[in-house]
Design a protein around this ligand. Structure first.
Ligand code: UGA
Length: 443
């Protein structure tokens, strides 16, 4: 099958490479010439494990091509995906900015030939697919097409696996013909018995927001429980395990930490609130989820301050991990940015390490010193903060860390280390929702 994808950002690129791997002929289109020329030279502009290999392999097999031209990719495609960005609107009101989606629709419309299914892959407010249909018909009244919604559930860092072995595929369609085309496109997943949720377009659009808001809810919930654990002397990892073993609750997404970040949860929870508000519906739980997440980052600053003896001014803090989660160089809405900006504002010096995100972080936090390895970051610092749980921080040489620090203070915002081993290593150890080690205090 011939597929065209507009937008070679994170979602478009992963989707394109994976469909090519399924054996389809995929044309990826982007207006960004420098990005397309990099991709044509088999260079992938983002860090995502396994993606560069997939892009190279399918370029070599000629199942994948990158271009800035809509022709011949669009006219020959049976399915055209719109996978452009939907950033938060510049007005700062929580709405998603749909101008890229509508612009893509306007530009692709004149090139539609034969029957085509135009699929929204971007996360978009309810009603967007119908608006895309209106634009396509307006610009090209002759076009023979249906629109559909096929939200993506890829996690950064695990995107290839999430695409190839998804928990489910959601297809929002309002025509049997479009449904047949999309089912044929996803046939490889039918063969591995992936559940398909085939529903109307509005339901598919809302599933994406509801799923992300629910996952964010689990995180804010466990973060509040973690805060309570610190006060009553309980251990949040035990609480999460005890709760999560109940099949109705599930163990995933109950890791307490510095709050969720990234390009999805913060933006999508805000957008869901706006959509609900527009329709006059209360969404109090999601409202609280957003507030709790902001409060959690502020709480982490207070935790670090307390560990530094009550004041960060003039202190040096080593920071391990800057990306919003491991296996990505993405720092969008990362808790590290809010937390470190506050510490810097209050006169702390930062020595930071991250396996992938330094280049991005440098643009946002130019005042920090960036180090080439975690031990270098610890040299001469008053405390070390483990901010993102990259694998390379899971088995640090603790004696070496301790010998490099001015004070043996370890603040683990991801609960990576076990309390007894930190006690044995002689650290004052603070984590999230677990008793503190080494200073007799809780939290
Ligand atoms: C999320 C969803 O998991 C994907 O299903 C969805 O497709 C994607 O958003 C999207 O809308 O495009 P992603 O943002 O890549 O994926 O990252 P997650 O793995 O979900 O993590 C999000 C944040 O939550 C991270 O900051 C992570 O550290 C935090 N988190 C996650 C916790 O603090 N605790 C947990 O238990 C799990």
């Amino acid at each position: 099958m011939k597929i065209a994808i507009i937008g070679t950002g994170y979602v478009g690129l992963v989707t394109g490479a994976c469909f090519a791997e399924f054996g389809h002929e995929v044309t990826c289109i982007d207006i960004d010439e420098s990005k397309i020329s990099l991709l044509q030279q088999k260079q992938v502009p983002i860090y995502e494990p396994g993606l560069d290999m997939l892009v190279r392999k399918n370029l070599d097999a000629r199942r994948l091509r990158f271009t800035t031209d809509f022709v011949p990719g669009i006219p020959e495609a049976q399915v055209v995906f719109i996978a452009v960005g939907t950033p938060a609107s510049r007005r700062g009101d929580g709405y998603a900015d749909l101008s890229y989606v509508y612009d893509a629709a306007r530009r692709l419309a004149p090139h539609l030939e034969g029957y085509t299914v135009v699929v929204n892959k971007s996360t978009v407010p309810i009603g967007t697919a119908r608006q895309v249909a209106r634009i396509l018909s307006e610009v090209n009244p002759e076009a023979d097409f249906h629109v559909a919604s096929n939200p993506e559930f890829l996690r950064e860092g695990a995107a290839i696996n999430d695409f190839m072995r998804p928990d489910r595929v959601v297809l929002g369609v309002d025509s049997p013909r479009a449904e047949e085309v999309l089912k044929a496109m996803y046939r490889p997943l039918y063969l591995i018995e992936t559940p398909f949720v085939i529903t109307n377009i509005e339901t598919a659009e809302l599933i994406k927001y509801a799923a992300n808001a629910f996952l964010a809810t689990k995180i804010s919930f466990i973060n509040e429980i973690a805060n309570l654990c610190e006060e009553v002397g309980a251990d949040v990892q035990g609480v999460a395990k005890g709760m999560g073993l109940d099949g109705r609750i599930g163990r995933k997404f109950l890791h307490a930490g510095p709050g969720y970040g990234g390009s999805c949860f913060p933006k999508d929870t805000q957008a869901l609130l706006r959509i609900a508000q527009e329709h006059g519906v209360a969404c109090r739980i999601v409202e609280s989820v957003v507030e709790v997440n902001a409060a959690q980052k502020a709480r982490m600053v207070r935790k670090i301050r307390k560990a530094l003896g009550g004041d960060e001014a003039g202190k040096t803090v080593a920071v391990l991990g800057l990306s919003f989660k491991p296996e990505t160089d993405d720092i969008r809405d990362a808790p590290s940015i809010t937390i470190l900006s506050t510490l810097l504002e209050h006169g702390a010096a930062i020595r930071a390490h991250d396996p992938q995100a330094v280049e991005e972080a440098r643009k946002v936090l130019p005042q920090a010193t960036y180090c080439s390895d975690p031990y270098e970051a610890c040299r001469g610092a008053d405390a070390v903060v483990l901010m993102t749980e990259w694998n390379e921080y899971r088995a640090l040489d603790l004696d070496r860390v301790k010998s490099l620090l001015k004070e043996p203070v370890f603040i683990d915002l991801r609960n990576v280390y076990k309390l007894p081993s930190m006690k044995e290593a002689g650290f004052r150890y603070y984590s999230v929702g677990r008793p503190c080690v080494g200073d007799g205090l809780v939290g």
